[in-house]
Design a protein around this ligand. Structure first.
Ligand code: GLA
Length: 378
């Protein structure tokens, strides 16, 4: 394992971090101005960084790929000029410039234990940690509540992924021991206590290893289908259709596919509100059926699951989990299973067995611990 000193010589000015996330519930609701309920993971990306006095250039080393990439002012000014992981770093520089900030050149040493490509927001952990480092090193004032929008801008405008505000908000705003109830329209937040230990529960994360990708067309297709449906229904966003008005809304839509997409978003928003009510009342076990209903809706109405994900959910539920669902953008990635703390091994074994029976790659599992959002370590 290399260090900042080995790559750049000397010591960094500081070390910043930002975590990966899971979304407990509220999937594909963020870009519909709806509700989400993520929490930050203990797995995080760290950036040890030193300001460069000589030039507006960013030299970035990743311990994961063992590459060192030079980002010059020209490529940081041209969306799409870079691809791969360095685009996420350049995108943050670009978005800071766009927001009117002067960004100091820097040497950045990046390390991470957030699983890559698993739908746990490894790319956002990178962007949010880099933003923390460059903000401090450049002596600019970017209030913490404004940071998720800036990171979203970098992803939408520079990287070219039409994603919402969920992941950046989770990585930056979450607090240890809590889930973050976020209204994606006005960006108001509430920290909702989520103490799994005290309730004798565990949230098992099953990384199905089915590759997950954001920049593919399916995410964008879902997003435009929602926007088109909102236009037909005459509302600014699907958030404005309440559960009580769902039937009338469905009757006004021209085809079955858009009816299913809308039904997912409207019922998912309601499931987030119901989950938050149960958590506020300390009824953690009772959220299980909402998690499972969310999965069924993603599978049948939003059509964003894949066989390994559905297999993991079914196996976890048959082995006694209170609820289980895919988390994140979809088409692979991770499944969450809410279980008694004493039942984790039984559930994990059941999923492994089901994967072996179906000939899927063996899944990885770990326990999710609601952790602290982005900050500075040193
Ligand atoms: C990805 C996107 C988020 C959100 C989720 C689905 O993680 O980055 O903005 O849309 O998918 O809930």
């Amino acid at each position: 394992m290399t260090s900042f000193a080995e790559v750049f010589g000397g010591e960094p000015d500081g070390v910043w971090y930002a975590p990966g996330r899971v979304n407990l519930i509220g999937e594909h609701t963020d870009y519909n101005d709806g509700f989400v309920l993520p929490f930050a993971l203990a797995q995080r990306t760290t950036v040890a960084a030193r300001r460069r006095l000589d030039s507006p250039q960013w030299t970035v080393h990743s311990t994961l790929t063992k590459e060192t990439v030079e980002i010059d002012a020209a490529s940081a000014a041209a969306p799409g000029a870079l691809t791969g992981w360095s685009a996420y770093v350049a995108g943050v520089v670009w978005a800071m410039h766009e927001a009117g900030h002067r960004v100091a050149g820097a040497q950045l040493f990046i390390d991470s234990d957030v699983p890559l490509g698993a739908g746990l927001s490894s790319s956002h952990a990178l962007e949010c940690a880099v933003l923390g480092a460059l903000t401090d090193l450049s002596d600019v004032d970017i209030p913490v509540p404004a940071r998720p929008r800036l990171v979203q801008r970098s992803e939408n405008g520079y990287v070219g992924a039409p994603t919402g505000i969920l992941d950046q908000s989770a990585s930056i705003l979450c607090q240890a021991g809590n889930a973050l109830f976020l209204d994606c329209r006005d960006l108001s937040t509430e920290q909702v206590p989520f103490d799994l230990d005290a309730a004798g529960l565990a949230l098992l994360v099953i990384d199905t290893r089915a590759p997950h990708q954001h920049t593919d067309g399916e995410y964008a297709k879902r997003r435009s289908a929602c926007e088109a449906a909102a236009r037909i229904l005459g509302v600014p966003a699907l958030r404005d259709i309440s559960n009580g008005h769902l039937d009338a809304a469905l009757a006004a839509l021209p085809d079955d596919e858009s009816r299913r997409r809308v039904r997912h978003v409207v019922t998912e928003n309601q499931r987030v509100l119901d989950t938050v009510s149960l958590l506020r009342a300390g009824q953690l076990r009772a959220i299980g059926p909402l998690l499972s209903a969310s999965h069924a809706s993603m599978r049948d109405d939003y059509e964003i699951t894949v066989p390994p994900v559905d297999t993991a959910v079914a196996a976890a539920l048959s082995a006694g989990a209170y609820g289980a669902r895919m988390t994140g953008g979809g088409f692979g990635g991770c499944v969450l299973a809410l279980t008694d703390a004493g039942a984790v091994d039984t559930v994990a074994t059941a999923v492994r067995t089901a994967f072996a029976t179906n000939g899927f790659t063996e899944p990885a599992t770990f326990l999710a611990v609601p952790s602290q959002g982005a900050g500075r370590l040193a």
